[in-house]
Design a protein. Structure first.
Length: 243
């Protein structure tokens, strides 16, 4: 088994393209390339650096409402779900218009309507509920560019990098010092914390919403709190991360 970067991979493909019987099977999601040629053992696996298809457009169909639930009734189905993404994926596979998830109960409601909505006691900022649209399911894809605004980190474009962190994309600011990445939760923090041992940070901006992509979090972002525990800050509408 040989580990190669994309430049070496391109050279191999160019060199072997004329070999009779060459079969190439690309699987970029799992970062493997399978070659079957007369010169190589059948089924040889070459591990390559994970790459991404550029130019991926923003999926604007996914909308989330942290703290909100859809009122009782109009259920397409309901049941246990470990994460918000499991709930969204379930909705995507069913005749479902929206979904409501409760973090504390780990329970999911699939809805045939997208409203009306409510919050426990009228306070959404500390609620364990989350509601989202059908398009937040597994077929939604992360954008290549994020537009970020906030008080504790630089505004501007954050572009996706070739490497992943905990199997989720990493976005770097054009100045190169700040990143949006996932480590226990989505966060905006210094890119240096992407190194081994850096997962402990709360993030200058962060979210409890376990979305597949940061662009889906909506108004679920919070700032690092210096008053009390670092994760005690309320929802901060001034943080906007979109695509």
């Amino acid at each position: 088994m040989v580990h190669l970067d994309m430049l070496v991979l391109a050279w191999i493909l160019g060199l072997t393209a004329g070999i009779r019987g060459l079969q190439v099977s690309e699987d970029y999601e799992n970062s493997t390339l399978t070659l079957d040629t007369p010169e190589l053992d059948a089924g040889s696996i070459i591990n390559v650096k994970r790459t991404r298809n550029r130019g991926r457009r923003c999926d604007r169909g996914c909308k989330m409402y942290p703290g909100y639930y859809i009122v009782a009734g109009n259920n397409a189905d309901r049941g246990r779900a470990n994460t918000m993404q499991d709930c969204a994926d379930w909705c995507k596979s069913r005749s479902c218009k929206a979904w409501t998830f409760n973090y504390a109960q780990k329970y999911c409601w699939l809805k045939t309507t997208d409203g009306p909505m409510g919050c426990p006691g009228g306070d959404c900022s500390t609620s364990q509920w989350l509601t989202g649209s059908r398009n937040c399911g597994s077929f939604a894809s992360c954008s290549d560019v994020l537009n970020v605004k906030g008080k504790l980190f630089p505004d501007g474009k954050y572009t996706v990098m070739d490497n992943y962190h905990h199997d989720k994309p990493v976005y770097k600011h054009e100045a190169g010092k700040m990143c949006v990445f996932f480590a226990h939760h989505w966060k905006v923090d210094h890119c240096r914390f992407l190194k081994p041992g850096g997962d402990w940070t709360q993030g200058l901006g962060w979210s409890k919403t376990d979305a597949k992509c940061p662009q889906f979090i909506g108004q679920g972002w919070r700032y690092y709190s210096w008053n009390g525990p670092s994760d005690s800050g309320p929802i901060a509408p001034s943080i906007k991360i979109t695509c």
